[in-house]
Ligand binder design. Structure first.
Ligand SMILES: Cc1ncc(COP(=O)(O)O)c(C=O)c1O
Length: 446
């Protein structure tokens, strides 16, 4: 098999003069949390990025197939985004909302314009966990109810309250964190009891929520939260009709519906700007982070005026939320997605990749499932297609080999046997061909 060649790139990284990767690793080990993990047996140091390209300290170029964990939406160091941030940095970096500043106001207006229905009030925070924390507060304060329904296999953050929503033992510390949170069955047509050929799968999975409300709560709930596509959990796309029915059960029990768009939002699914739109629903609260800022600490919660009113009964404040610099960055990101038609590109390249993965599945028995929408894709590896035993070690081997060949991707699912492909939305057909060639070689050698 011939070695895949990276598509050409006319960007030259600057010479790197800082400490070596080994030195950085040693300092990191000494001064940073022992819980920090790194990808790859030999950790990779990335010192520069341009569009879909990443460069290590030796100047070696990689295709970024994971976008800094689904965060670099419009491409690394996009010139329009950098210009907006630099301009703002020279004027003023921080004020807080105790003074007026145009950036937060104009950005909230532009972001609200992207939202359907009554979702018109924006809160800015700094991370996805913080956004979900705030959404929980809103749901509980607004409804006067306490219980929340989340989904098994979900990831909603690592703060004390969002750890309770997150549903992977690997991310949960053995401390009290889940009061009032119940986890419904994950609507996974690949591994779950209702398969892809069952046209009623969506309804059947959603009916577990009704049962959970009846058997696990007082009958009245604060809300239901779900990622629009489960990301960390291995790119689980819900069957048609799932969220519609889930929302009906939630609202019938007095709850509000929260969509976590931290990974799926901003056009990544290709067909729609927001992941929840692929399920034909309108939530009451939407949380967003990661791709919203293309790499800066920016996140948001958008809700209705009626729900927002509840939080006006107390002082609610966030020091960095809506900072002038990140708002300049967020607004520039919205403009780039529009101008460069990145949603349409996600659809085009995403479909191309998906059919390429399906072709690879004809050849590589390791591939158990190919799924996802737009540029939020997952390839689940199994040792045996019948038993679906997770091919964890093989997945790690493919992942390492891909890096060796110049492609960086992610890994996910409870057992880490799903390859996650979620590149910046600016990738091209030539990049997709390279990805497919690399995975072909890597799967061959696994
Ligand atoms: C769907 C989802 N929600 C929330 C979060 C938490 O975001 P953060 O790490 O910014 O707190 C993540 C992070 O991976 C996520 O994937």
């Amino acid at each position: 098999m011939k070695t895949p060649t990276l598509p050409p790139c006319d960007y030259t990284p600057r010479p790197y003069t800082g400490p070596s990767a080994d030195e950085v690793l040693a300092v990191r080990k000494q001064f940073l949390s022992p819980a920090l993990f790194h990808y790859y047996k030999k950790p990779l140091m990335i010192v520069e990025g341009k569009a879909q390209w990443l460069f290590d300290e030796q100047g070696r170029r990689y295709l970024d197939g994971f976008g800094g964990i689904v965060t670099v939406s419009v491409g690394h160091c996009h010139p329009h985004v950098i210009a907006a941030v630099n301009a703002q940095n020279e004027l003023i970096q921080h004020t807080t909302t105790i003074y007026l500043h145009p950036n937060i106001a104009l950005y909230a207006r532009d972001l609200a314009a992207k939202m359907p229905g009554e979702l018109k009030v924006v809160y800015f925070v700094n991370s996805g966990s913080e956004a979900n924390d705030l959404a929980l507060l809103m749901a509980r304060a607004y409804t006067g109810n306490y219980d929340l329904i989340a989904l098994r296999n979900a990831y909603h953050g690592a703060s004390q309250s969002t750890m309770g929503l997150t549903s992977h033992h690997t991310w949960k510390f053995n401390v009290p964190h889940s009061f009032g949170v119940q986890h419904a069955i994950m609507p996974d047509t690949y591994r779950g009891v209702h398969g892809p050929d069952d046209p009623e799968a969506g309804r059947k999975y959603a009916d577990d929520i009704k049962s959970l409300i009846q058997f696990g709560t007082s009958g009245q709930i604060a809300g239901f939260i779900a990622e629009s596509i489960q990301g960390v959990g291995g790119t689980i796309v819900f069957p048609d009709g799932y969220l519609k029915r889930a929302y009906e059960h939630t609202r019938a029990a007095g709850g509000v519906c929260i969509a976590d768009e931290v990974q799926a939002g901003f056009g990544r699914t290709g067909t729609h700007y927001w992941g929840f739109e692929t399920q034909g629903v309108i939530p009451d609260i939407v949380t967003m982070a990661k791709g919203i800022g293309n790499g800066c600490p920016l996140a948001a919660v958008v809700t209705t005026a009626k729900i927002a009113q509840t939080l006006a009964t107390r002082i609610h404040f966030n020091t960095f939320g809506g900072n002038p610099v990140v708002c300049a960055q967020g607004r520039a990101v919205l403009e780039v997605i529009e101008r460069e038609q990145l949603q349409a590109n996600s659809l085009k390249i995403g479909n191309y990749l998906k059919s390429g993965f399906a072709k690879l599945a004809e050849k590589h028995y390791l591939i158990g499932d190919v799924r996802g929408l737009g540029l939020m894709l997952g390839v689940e590896l199994v040792k045996d297609r019948k038993t679906k035993e997770p091919a964890r070690e093989e997945c790690a081997a493919v992942f390492e080999k891909a890096r060796e060949l110049g492609l960086l991707i992610g890994k996910g699912g409870l057992t880490g046997n799903t390859l996650r492909i979620k590149p910046p939305m600016c990738i091209t057909t030539a990049d997709a061909d390279f990805m497919l060639e690399v995975l072909d070689v890597a799967l061959q050698s696994a």
